[in-house]
Ligand binder design. Structure first.
Ligand SMILES: NC(=O)c1ccc[n+]([C@@H]2O[C@H](COP(=O)([O-])OP(=O)(O)OC[C@H]3O[C@@H](n4cnc5c(N)ncnc54)[C@H](O)[C@@H]3O)[C@@H](O)[C@H]2O)c1
Length: 460
């Protein structure tokens, strides 16, 4: 099929490349001329595993092209997908101005019988609004506006697109739905579940899904706090919860709070939608509040450790909001690092992919090309992103480089016992700090469940 993608960002580019890989003829259009120039020169605007190779393969095969010429991109297309940004508006609502603008721009150039579909995450009623915008411009032109939310995750975007848990098609017309079903036939043939519904349900599915995932993260983080108080082990508790099939193990990893380009804005837009429709969403309001407090709590824990340090220095390992991406949007590091700096802490940082993006938003951070250089002279090292390379840190070398051996593993990716064997004080999430004062005394007094090393770190 002939597909036009409006917006060549994370979602637009990944979707365009994958649709080309599935055999469709795709043209990706973007108003950012530099971005299009780079794409035409063969380079991707962000890091995503496997994307560059798949992109060049499909360009070479003649199935994929890039343009900043919107009229050329939308004429004679069977499907036009809108994948522009929907950032947070001033009062937390979704800012739909890019979507409206894209609709206005494509309207004059669309051919009859085109299916326009919204890939962007948009609030309930947006498909209807886009239909009105195009109709205002084109009057009687025969066209459809549908909703097809995207659920890919940065870092595994290609895999997620090609192996989705489900495809959601929101259409208020049979022919339009069939056109999208045809588009996804290569995936549907493999028994990927299809959810066919109206546009408004499809729009709500995306927000409700992200709100629920944020709720799971917020919940496990609160349970982690409780574990810290009772000297329990969140790893064991999360595993015990997640093995229940009704709950499932994913999104039960405690950490410094969620970030990224989706959860923070989508939870707020969900709450704003609830208010607008007189159906408040207090659970998600609480999750948003807890997430903001969580980042501050992590920073406070770091400051507590630095109380006796003169010219305190902290090494941050990882500024990306999660592993396998160079995206730092709404990353916990963007809150924790400035908080520390305000209190007079010098911050040295390393991230394998996201340093360049981090440097644009984090002034006065000293950046290094490897974690050991970054650790030089530090009073504390905090792991903020769960990069695989941090799981195999050379702790002996870290210990030699640092001024004080304090390691705060905010993603629980290191084995606590191994860390303390290297002479570190080990802080993590939802577990006791080790070694701790009075440990021997408390170990004899405490109930067996509190005996942390034997039960918690090793067996979970
Ligand atoms: N990033 C994710 O992981 C993810 C996952 C699922 C859904 N989403 C949703 O997908 C949408 C896009 O997100 P993203 O992360 O890809 O954003 P992005 O900022 O990476 O990309 C948006 C692109 O749209 C372009 N653009 C803006 N207005 C345009 C116009 N009128 N014509 C052509 N191009 C235009 C911008 O220049 C930019 O390149 C958002 O609604 C987001 O919530 C994102």
């Amino acid at each position: 099929m002939r597909v036009s993608m409006i917006g060549a960002g994370y979602v637009g580019l990944t979707t365009g490349v994958c649709l080309a890989e599935m055999g469709h003829e795709v043209i990706c259009a973007d108003i950012d001329r530099d971005r299009i120039a780079h794409l035409n020169a063969g380079s991707t605007p962000f890091m995503e595993n496997g994307l560059a190779e798949m992109m060049s393969r499909n360009v070479a095969a003649g199935r994929l092209a890039f343009t900043d010429n919107l009229p050329e991109a939308v004429a004679n297309r069977e499907i036009i997908m809108i994948a522009v940004g929907t950032p947070k508006g001033a009062a937390g609502e979704a800012d739909l101005s890019f979507v409206r603008e894209a609709a206005r721009r494509i309207a004059p150039h669309m051919s009859p019988k085109t299916v326009v579909t919204l890939k962007s995450t948009v609030v309930v009623g947006t498909a209807r609004e886009v239909r009105e915008i195009i109709a205002e411009e084109r009057g009687a032109l025969d066209f459809w506006v549908t909703s097809n939310p995207e659920f890919l995750r940065e870092g595994s975007a290609i895999h997620d697109f090609l192996h989705p848990d489900r495809i959601v098609i929101g259409a208020d017309d049979r022919d339009a739905a069939d056109r999208l079903i045809e588009l996804y036939k290569p995936l549907l043939r493999r028994d990927v579940p299809l959810v066919e519904t109206g546009t408004e349900n499809a729009e709500l599915i995306k927000y409700a899904a992200n709100a629920f995932l944020a709720l799971k993260i917020g919940f496990i983080n609160d349970v982690a706090d409780l574990c810290e108080s009772i000297e329990g082990d969140i790893q064991a508790v999360a595993r015990g919860i997640g093995l229940d099939k009704r709950i499932g193990p994913s999104f039960l990893a405690p950490g410094p709070g969620y970030g990224g380009s989706c959860f923070p804005k989508d939870t707020e837009a969900f709450v704003a939608t609830g208010r607008a429709h007189y159906a408040p969403q207090p659970l998600i309001e609480a999750v948003i509040d807890r997430n903001a407090k969580r980042r501050r709590r992590i920073a406070e824990r770091i400051l507590d450790e630095l109380q006796t340090a003169r010219r305190p220095t902290v090494t941050v390992l990882g500024v990306a909001f999660k592993a396998d991406t160079d995206d730092v949007r709404e990353s916990p590091a963007l809150y924790i690092i400035p908080y520390l700096q305000e209190k007079g802490v010098t911050v040295r940082a390393f991230d394998p992919w996201a340093a360049a993006n981090g440097a644009k938003l984090l002034p006065d951070v000293e950046w290094y090309n490897d974690p050991y250089e970054a650790a030089e002279g530090a009073h504390l090292t905090a792991i903020l992103t769960e990069w695989n390379m941090f799981r195999t840190l050379d702790l002996k070398l870290m210990a030699e480089r640092m001024r004080k051996r304090v390691l705060f593993d905010c993603r629980n990716i290191l084995d606590p016992e191994t860390v303390i064997e290297h002479g570190f004080r080990h802080l993590s999430i939802g577990r006791a700090t080790l070694p701790r004062d009075g440990f021997a005394r408390r170990a004899t007094e405490a109930a067996p469940a509190r005996n942390l090393l034997a039960t918690s770190a090793k067996r979970s």
